[in-house]
Ligand binder design. Structure first.
Ligand SMILES: Cc1cc2nc3c(=O)[nH]c(=O)nc-3n(C[C@H](O)[C@H](O)[C@H](O)COP(=O)(O)OP(=O)(O)OC[C@H]3O[C@@H](n4cnc5c(N)ncnc54)[C@H](O)[C@@H]3O)c2cc1C
Length: 494
């Protein structure tokens, strides 16, 4: 008898009160909560190891914070769009290669603008006049010097502080680094870019950790065809139940019961929870028994940022052939930028990107007002800008399935906070972007690896419990042979 089939009737869908019988040689059952890349990667690993696995997903689609919209007639990623680390060490590289996806590299390693190179940015002042490239470069160098000085501030202060506070200390010590007039506005734009990377404002970015990320090498590549094919390929053949919002997890010694909106229960030997950190922070899932204090504190002590995109499709291109069109301003809050998708994809699309408080404020507007707002910015630079033919607006902060864009370090974050978030509780395992190892929070590859790791830990735990140790070798990762090819990553830059 196929153990998968047996378990599907006996174990997965029922109640704790039901009489559950299973043959002793059957493989364990697992429920994965969340069909983002992390949950799908976890489910894929387990499925490939012949476990019975179902995925419960609250939305009516898979992908989570990967969302490729096709309504413009071409793919537009409203969530993740870059592969951070265009290198073979990136765990997503085999899939990207195998699916034949093209990466458009917007920056090499260690750019002061994180995922962009300065050379392909054009900045404009508030009157709509272009800022000279020389000033952009010079202020960029000053910004690097200021950041280097903040490292000294960190060494002097045992207690953490925000990067904004550290910058202010540096500028008081080194008045020669202060910028005036337009140069000050350009400096604010660099801070705006930093805020975009961390998806939070500079007064919330931790001085202690902002430069401690282990960013993979190879620079940053936009996935030209969109991230959707990656999700779809991984999700093939998995049992994913859409519109199943989990409201309660009852974690018993021998099994876990998961309750979804409407009251239906699902039972399995173990659960892998991959919902976003914003959902955990909002306490929208009830845990029985209650989460231990150290776990609840970890959830509280991890921050969550916000980032939103407003994508505009035009009938023609009226802007210059650069990757980024930026607007400088006296405050980083009022600075902004458009990503020119035309450069990477050939389609006449600009994507306005907002982070932190500004991203939250944009969500308070109607979509039409948000699109009008960014159109004003565009018209300021290009008075003859045509009206967009279509627009799309994201709302990651107030979307009840995400409640933010990704995890960020709070000022004063305890050192072990991610380890505590990651730690399993009996038969309950934690995946998702926020638990990823080696500081890869906030990335697709980090979320993917976190899912695979949670699946490995879950498999090991369950097989040991059942005494399968010798008979069943762990299938430790997603079947990469399905994607493995000898062709290199395809990288373009027009
Ligand atoms: C605007 C934006 C831009 C980004 N840009 C990049 C980028 O360029 N490159 C990059 O590498 N990363 C980027 N990221 C981060 C990346 O998208 C995430 O790190 C990654 O997709 C998270 O995957 P996940 O599976 O952990 O979470 P999710 O994708 O959020 O998956 C969790 C799933 O759980 C579901 N869920 C929530 N609550 C429940 C519930 N109660 N019951 C059942 N299901 C539930 C959700 O609907 C969701 O599908 C970006 C994110 C955003 C928002």
């Amino acid at each position: 008898m196929d153990p998968k089939e047996l378990c599907s009737t006996d174990l997965i869908d029922g109640t704790v009160g039901a009489h559950i019988k299973r043959p002793c040689n059957s493989l364990p059952t697992v429920i994965v909560i969340g069909a983002g890349i992390s949950g799908i990667a976890a489910a894929r690993s387990l499925y490939d190891a012949s476990f019975k696995v179902i995925v419960l997903e609250s939305r009516d689609r898979v992908g989570g914070r990967i969302y490729t919209d096709y309504s413009f007639g071409c793919p537009v990623d409203m969530g993740a769009s870059w592969l951070h680390g265009v290198c073979n060490e990136n765990p997503l590289a085999p899939m990207i290669r195998g699916l034949g996806l093209t990466l458009y590299r917007t920056s090499s390693d260690n750019s002061v603008l994180y995922d962009h190179d300065l050379e392909s940015c054009m900045l404009f002042n508030m009157d709509g006049h272009q800022v000279s490239q020389q000033m952009v470069m010079e202020v960029g160098d000053t910004f690097k010097r200021i950041l280097a000085e903040t490292v000294k501030v960190r060494e002097e202060h045992p207690d953490d502080m925000s990067i904004l506070q550290a910058i202010s200390i540096v500028l008081n010590r080194h008045p020669e680094l202060r910028q005036q007039g337009l140069a000050h506005e350009v400096l604010q734009w660099y801070i705006c870019r930093m805020e975009a990377w961390f998806a939070t404002d500079a007064d919330m970015i931790s001085l202690k950790t902002w430069d401690q990320e282990h960013v993979l090498t190879g620079g940053h590549g936009l996935v030209v065809q969109g991230y959707d094919p990656v999700v779809k390929a991984l999700a093939t053949d998995l049992d994913i139940r859409l519109n199943h919002r989990v409201t309660k997890i009852s974690n018993g010694y021998n099994m876990v019961m998961v309750t979804v909106e409407g009251g239906r229960n699902f039972v399995a030997d173990a659960v892998i929870l991959t919902v976003p950190i914003g959902i955990l922070k909002a306490n929208s899932i009830e845990f029985t028994p209650k989460l231990p204090e150290w776990k609840a504190a970890a959830i509280k002590d991890i921050g969550v940022g916000n980032e939103n995109k407003i994508a505009l499709r035009f009938d023609r291109v009226f802007w210059p052939n650069v990757e980024v069109l930026g607007m400088v301003s006296p405050t980083s809050y009022a600075c902004g930028y458009f990503l020119n998708l035309h450069k990477a994809t050939g389609h006449p699309i600009l994507v306005y990107m907002a982070a932190g408080r500004f991203a939250h404020d944009l969500e308070k507007l109607s979509d039409e007002s948000a699109a009008d707002f960014v159109m004003q910015k565009l018209k300021n630079m290009f008075p003859h800008a045509s009206k967009p033919v279509q627009y799309l607006v994201s709302h990651w902060g107030r979307d009840p399935n995400s409640l933010g864009c990704y995890a960020c370090d709070l000022v004063g974050k305890p050192d072990d906070v991610y380890e505590r978030l990651r730690a399993p509780l009996g038969n309950l395992f934690f995946g998702g972007e926020a638990v990823s190892m080696d500081d890869h929070q906030g990335s697709v590859h980090g979320a993917y690896s976190a899912g695979v790791m949670a699946a490995e830990n879950c498999q090991r735990h369950l097989l040991q419990k059942q005494g399968h140790r010798e008979n069943l070798p762990l299938v430790s990762s997603v079947r990469h042979e399905m994607f493995e090819t000898s062709i290199p990553l395809q990288i373009s830059r027009m």
